[in-house]
Design a binder for this molecule. Structure first.
Ligand SMILES: [Zn+2]
Length: 162
């Protein structure tokens, strides 16, 4: 290998591989975002399969917000996801896998100070009613009884990894 070739190789290896993306927080919360990956293998992504963790919005036929498990007149007519390309019709593509979380910025926590994280789950009470509970993700203790979304803005729907 000539000295020129060697110099060229060294120069190439010193060039930065990739520039840091300006929207790093968004990319970090969306691990499947294809814009972070190389353009060499463009895999067609189904827009009705939202990336896990993005916020979901469900609407009734009259346009009012509703919940994915609502029935009758409240049933989902169409839905979309945050930064999604548009509305999807439940009759055409069904519903995405979903779960609930507390809205970001609202911190409810367990009395045990070292416990981190919450989960929002439906539970049956001893007298047979359904109750939406915010529980500690570590010990399962009740932190707060929540009203069901969309009436409760503190609880959001997000896409679940399917
Ligand atoms: Zn706990």
């Amino acid at each position: 290998m000539s000295i020129l070739d060697k110099a060229k190789q060294i120069r190439l290896s010193r060039e930065p591989q990739a520039r840091p993306l300006p929207d790093e927080p968004i990319a970090a919360s969306r691990p499947c975002d294809i814009s972070v990956q190389s353009d060499q293998s463009p895999t067609p992504t189904d827009p009705s399969r939202p990336p896990a963790g993005v916020r979901l919005f469900f609407g009734r036929a009259d346009g009012c917000p509703t919940a994915p498990d609502a029935e009758g007149d409240d049933a989902v007519y169409h839905w979309t996801w945050e930064r999604g390309p548009g509305w999807f019709y439940a009759a055409e593509v069904g519903l995405p896998a979903w779960e609930m979380r507390l809205r970001p910025g609202l911190y409810l926590r367990c009395k045990v100070v070292t416990h981190r994280g919450t989960r929002i789950v439906w539970r049956n009470t001893t007298d047979g009613r359904k109750q939406l509970r915010c529980e500690c993700a570590e010990c399962g203790k009740l932190i707060k009884v929540m009203r069901a979304p969309p009436k409760c803005p503190d609880v959001e729907f997000i896409a679940r990894a399917s």
